[in-house]
Write a protein that binds this ligand. Structure first.
Ligand SMILES: Cc1cc2nc3c(=O)[nH]c(=O)nc-3n(C[C@H](O)[C@H](O)[C@H](O)COP(=O)(O)O)c2cc1C
Length: 241
């Protein structure tokens, strides 16, 4: 039992005889939204597909796509993918709930994009502001080589129109769940990733999730510290070849 993963699995179990005593300190509740007030904002659209594919159809068609045509993704498509993966879906009692479930509705996952080929949006690194429903530009330029290298040379990062990158702000979830939060954080990211995969199919796009990556190289691209906030996983999206 010396491996960290095995130890983690054992030590974060809930046991009726040994529940962690944890008192919520409301004044210390972390902010649920990350914002880049200085960044240039790119408005997103409210696009929803008119011809909705059935859930059954989407489930039958979803598969990992790694070869892409060099078609740009449209702003409508991008807007829909962002909303469908983790956008605000409803407000209840003043609280904003999103399209993907999240343990305790704490939403620890942040979404970043590397845009390679999008109509009307320049190449670069962007943060999805869930609250303001816009993109915030963090870096300009062609990141295809850098992100491909960071993904163990998986070429789909260069040929896809866009790379979705999901990080976690750990304290948002640890505030309530302590070390068990790490279980929930990975589950939260999985829900978002699957929402994206299904939404992509509904737009006749293809996607592939990516877990094989050099964490610190991706963190450096996003300018996040890898401790308070760190990469969890990514997905590429584009028109299937
Ligand atoms: C957490 C996770 C990480 C993955 N990482 C990669 C990856 O780094 N590279 C890759 O080509 N596929 C990756 N995949 C895709 C799987 O290989 C793929 O889902 C699996 O082979 C099943 O095929 P399907 O998605 O076409 O049904 C990943 C999938 C998941 C869920």
């Amino acid at each position: 039992m010396s491996w960290i993963g095995d130890k983690f699995q054992q030590e974060t179990k809930y046991d009726p005889n040994r529940m962690p005593g944890h008192r919520l300190i409301w004044d210390a509740k972390p902010a649920l939204y990350k914002e880049y007030p200085e960044a240039e904002k790119i408005e997103l659209t409210q696009f929803r597909p008119v011809e909705q594919m059935s859930l059954d159809g989407v489930l039958k068609w979803r598969k990992s796509i790694r070869d892409f045509r060099q078609d740009p993704i449209s702003k409508d498509q991008l807007s829909y993918l962002l909303w469908a993966s983790t956008g605000i879906q409803r407000i209840e009692q003043g609280y904003e709930f999103r399209t993907a479930p999240s343990a305790g509705a704490l939403y620890p996952i942040e979404t970043y994009l590397i845009i390679n080929n999008a109509a009307g949006i320049e190449q670069g690194v962007y943060h999805y502001s869930v609250k303001a429903r816009c993109l915030e530009q963090l870096k300009q330029g062609d990141l295809r080589q850098e992100i491909t290298r960071a993904a163990l040379n998986q070429q789909m990062c260069a040929t896809a129109a866009v790379v979705f990158i999901w990080s976690a702000v750990f304290e948002r979830c640890k505030w309530k769940y302590g070390q068990r939060a790490y279980r929930y954080i990975y589950l939260d990211a999985g829900h978002i990733a699957e929402n994206l995969a299904l939404a992509a199919v509904s737009l006749d796009l293809g996607s592939c999730e990516i877990g094989a990556l050099y964490d610190e190289q991706v963190n450096a691209i996003l300018s996040i510290d890898g401790k308070e906030e760190s990469i969890i996983c990514m997905a590429v999206v584009g028109s299937p070849a």
